[in-house]
Design a protein around this ligand. Structure first.
Ligand code: HEC
Ligand code: HEC
Length: 486
């Protein structure tokens, strides 16, 4: 199968294009071209947990201010402009920033421009935003993506939201950073590359023909367009593509306040009344983004809805065991698991090895054959269809999939397996006794693989889905607006 991405560099390695590209990549910044330290506007992140006082005072996502800095060359103190991003509620840390790619406003703007520009594709038809479109939750809302010449890829496009927090990129984790990831699509014949010559040589040549791009790159990097600079600028933009501040996050705040105000200590367990506080405030403020899932315009009882959402959270952490993998601020362990998505009769749909296939030689773990990265759960209302196959159209379908324990296959994740049932089956078979139900999938070595059923009731399934919907957060204006997307 064709996995989209980094690996497919079809150009030859030693042609004239490659030599020219290699020479022009070794550019060093010119102090004359690069914006001076005084003029550079850094971007800082403010979070509700690390910098509560400042965070509380910030009214919007994007806030302009000034700060004092020490000039790295002269050692003199200078006052310069700064932009402080109000990191959405629920994200307790800023995304990590590599020291070689500091955030500035000019770099953000350049990265945003590149992200939305078809110029990245060989024939000027496809942009990053074509497949990761802000109005579609930074996905294309399709089973598989359509790239250059209407070519279809093999997997569903994940959201860029909060990808700055991921320890590895892609479903199989084959890119270590956003900078590395961003270099993949422009050279991928299913995404942005027409297969002629060296993709990066031609892309950089196109950018160098544009006086306004040359000017922007010079201001940010102190030299004209290079592959290194394109990757850095796009990654810097992506690190601002954050989502949080959902009903669930606000309900947590209401819960903490309730605990603080209480005379007798209470357990930190989310209750319907906490969710009700968050819902009522959002209704009063007419907040479409966070309420879109609940159809609150109709005559719905807010207290009942709130109780369902709170119960959904209890299930998520308890009976349904979702937090075995969907943990942390973005609801992902940044790890890889095989759920058997799309598997039939023990066979994975395409035979793709995913994480095992992407692990470097010397580090391959056979238990990770078919394992994919745990995705975030923070923008599900805008990112259907779900799973790497795009095979589940609704959240109800996803919950049904987990209710039956996923699909058996030789490397089904241990968190998805019913070891007790497997043991009983082995004992019964060795005694020649009949076992209940249809025979399980049995591996070559005779190991039965029995998925762990959750046995959720219809109401529990509904509550769990409502909780997933309550994780949908706010989309920040500066990262999504102002640019036309095809
Ligand atoms: C033709 C559609 C298409 C285009 C164009 C495209 N992508 Fe993607 N993107 C995908 C698909 C599909 C995946 C998943 C591929 C995989 O995991 O093998 C992906 C994965 C990613 C990821 C990893 C997210 C994660 O959670 O692992 C990021 C980040 C990303 N793309 C950013 C970009 C950027 C930046 C560009 C432009 C330089 C771009 N994409 C262009 C379809 C596309
Ligand atoms: C063993 C780890 C694990 C557990 C437990 C788990 N998930 Fe997942 N989840 C994943 C992985 C990995 C994927 C991606 C699977 C794929 O597409 O191959 C995923 C995908 C999803 C998706 C689709 C997201 C998208 O953008 O496509 C949703 C929704 C989801 N899980 C919700 C849940 C819920 C609800 C539960 C509890 C009932 C749960 N998960 C339990 C690891 C897990």
């Amino acid at each position: 199968m064709t996995v989209l991405g980094l690996a497919r560099l079809v150009a030859k390695e030693d042609g004239p294009d490659e030599k020219a590209l290699a020479e022009s990549e070794a550019l060093l910044p010119s102090e004359k071209l690069k914006a001076s330290f005084e003029k550079e506007v850094p971007i800082r992140f403010s979070t509700s947990t690390q910098n509560k006082k400042q965070w509380d005072e910030l009214k919007t996502f994007w806030n302009e201010s000034t700060e004092k800095g020490i000039h790295p060359r002269t050692g003199k103190e200078v006052v310069r402009k700064v932009v402080v991003l109000k990191v959405p509620l629920g994200l307790q840390t800023p995304p990590p920033i590599p020291p070689e790619n500091p955030m500035t406003v000019a770099k953000f703007q350049l990265g945003k421009r590149l992200y939305f520009d078809n110029v990245i594709s060989s024939n000027n038809t496809v942009a990053c935003a074509t497949c990761h479109n802000p109005v579609r939750g930074f996905t294309d809302q399709s089973k598989v993506s359509t790239g250059i010449f209407e070519k279809q890829g093999g997997v569903s496009a994940p959201t860029v939201y909060n990808s700055g927090y991921s320890l590895l990129q892609f479903w199989d984790g084959r890119a270590a950073t956003l900078e590395a990831q961003a270099q993949g699509p422009p050279q991928n014949p299913s995404e942005m590359f027409d297969g002629k010559g060296h993709p990066w040589f031609h892309l950089i040549s196109r950018l160098r023909k544009s006086p306004s791009y040359v000017k922007d790159f010079e201001e940010v990097f102190g030299h004209g367009p290079t592959r290194d600079a394109v990757a850095k600028a796009i990654a810097a933009y992506e690190r601002t593509v954050l989502t949080g501040d959902s009903i669930a996050d606000r309900a947590e705040v209401a819960m903490r306040k309730r605990l603080e105000d209480a005379d007798v200590p209470a357990k930190p367990v989310l209750m319907g009344m906490d969710v009700e506080v968050a819902l009522k405030k959002a209704i009063a403020d007419n907040e479409g983004d966070v309420l879109q899932a609940f159809g609150l315009k109709e005559d719905i009882k807010v207290s009942e809805l709130a109780a369902s959402i709170a119960n959904g959270k209890a299930l998520f952490l308890g009976k349904a065991r979702c937090n075995g993998c969907h943990v942390g601020d973005s609801f992902t362990d940044s790890d890889f698991h095989n759920l058997g998505v799309g598997a039939k009769e023990g066979k994975l749909p395409t035979g793709d090895q995913f994480r095992f296939g992407a692990q470097p030689i010397g580090h391959k773990n056979p238990a990770l054959v078919g394992a994919t990265k745990t995705p975030t759960l923070r923008q599900l209302l805008n990112t259907a269809p779900y799973m790497h196959t795009g095979g589940d159209a609704t959240l109800e379908a996803v919950v049904d999939f987990y209710d039956k324990g996923g699909n058996a296959n030789p490397t089904l994740d241990i968190k998805m397996r019913d070891f007790e049932a497997e043991k009983l089956w082995l004992i019964a078979t060795s005694l020649g006794e009949a076992t209940k139900g249809p025979p399980p999938f049995v591996t070559e070595g005779g190991q039965p693989i029995i998925p762990l059923k959750l046995n959720l009731t219809p109401q529990e399934k509904k509550d769990l889905v409502l909780y997933l919907k309550a994780l949908n957060g706010v989309q920040a204006e500066p990262v999504i607006t102002g640019i036309k997307v095809n």
